[in-house]
Design a protein around this ligand. Sequence first.
Ligand code: GLN
Length: 479
Amino acid sequence: MTYRDIPSALMALESGEVTAEALVQEHIERMEQADPKIHAVLTSLAEQALEQARDIDRRRQTGEELGGLAGIPFTAKDMFLLRDVRMTAASKMLDSFFAPYTGTAIGKLLEADAVCIAKVNQDEFAQGSSTEFSAYGATKNPRDLERVPGGTSGGSAAALAAGIGLFSIGTDTGGSIRQPAAYCGVVGVKPTYGLVSRYGVVAVVSSFDTIGPLAHTVDDAKLVLSIMAGRDRHDATTIEVADDHFDTPITKQPRVAILQEYMDGLSPEMTAVYDRALDQLRESGWDIESVSLKNIGLALPAYYILNPAEISSNLERYDGIRYGSSDQSADNLLVTYTQTRGSFFGPEVARRIMTGTYVLSAGYYDAYYKKAMQARTLIREDFEQAFANYDVLIGPTTPSAAFKLGEHTSDPVAMYLEDIMTVAANLAGIPALSLPIEGPDELPAGLQIMAAQRGEAVLFDVAGRFERQLATQLKAVKL
Ligand code: GLN
């Protein structure tokens, strides 16, 4: 790719070194060449992207004002509604669903004149950790075609790492931006809950779902996130975002602590990866302490109770009547409902609906759902206490580097364990970023950085410095 980050592409576009049409064309050609090997793309928007790019060039020539991302090609997880474009959430349930309107977050990017070139693959309804649970086939990791790209925003991470688009947008409910970012060697950011509107994004786990960018650099991710962020009257959970939200001056040296529990469970191989990064940061002058969160061990079990509970409720809407696919063979409504759900949901989605229904049922609510909610409060309090002493907490993003395709598909618990280091940030609603570092066997790994709620300014500040100091050089992607 000619331009590796957004500012250099913007500069080239502004100076006339390249036209938006040529830049978008270059990324479309890359998509046509690389995607058959990785299968990241579900819907190509090549034609309309080129049309939009030509319009941007025309407006530039006539001196019209352009948005902050004018001409920058990107991809979007197939959870974002784009008017009149097919949107599947990687489910057969939405196989022939065309979005009736455009969602807020992606709409803001389009208003900034960014150009969406493709809707990309994911796990069905954002449930999974490898993008193998897509009803349209697995995506492969462009750094090693035998490995998963991570999930659920695996199409986003794989496309970006393969040079398709200059950034991508995904959703993160329990790690779905950070984990694939770590596996594919890109930056991924899960913002504070409510920072970005969920309007026009498929609802999965409404009290956890967040929207964020995947990008090549920390600054790129910050730029994209700042454009998507903000209060939206269509989403009551969105928060006010002050003008200096991302750039509040950081006057003191941020206090950094490593999350001890995340380090304790690592394999010797992964311990070496993080020890190396920490040594390098200490040599760059950081004083890195260690902190222990006493309830962090409850995060994964609590997550896998609350997540299915909300899924069972949110996915009730796929009833074969209102929209989406429908099994029309039955002659009464109840059977239409059960057969539709029985034939169009994949096995992981069905498992979560059943688990969720169970933990919410009258007899088990107190034993499971209520307890998990209490655990969620304890975890949130643990983080609040830690952030009274530290500006950021750091640790691994994942317990391992990208695993092999098929390695965990028959063992749901092994798959769930991949999320052990990412779900806590979603339980607590705090922002977290995964920064690529050199992992084992020439694969990438992710260094996770977490900050207090609304702490995006310090999060990006520290991540940017780490990025410069670590100066990670990953092996080039060859496709
Ligand atoms: N892997 C997690 C899960 O399966 C995360 C999903 C997500 O963030 N959408 O629930």
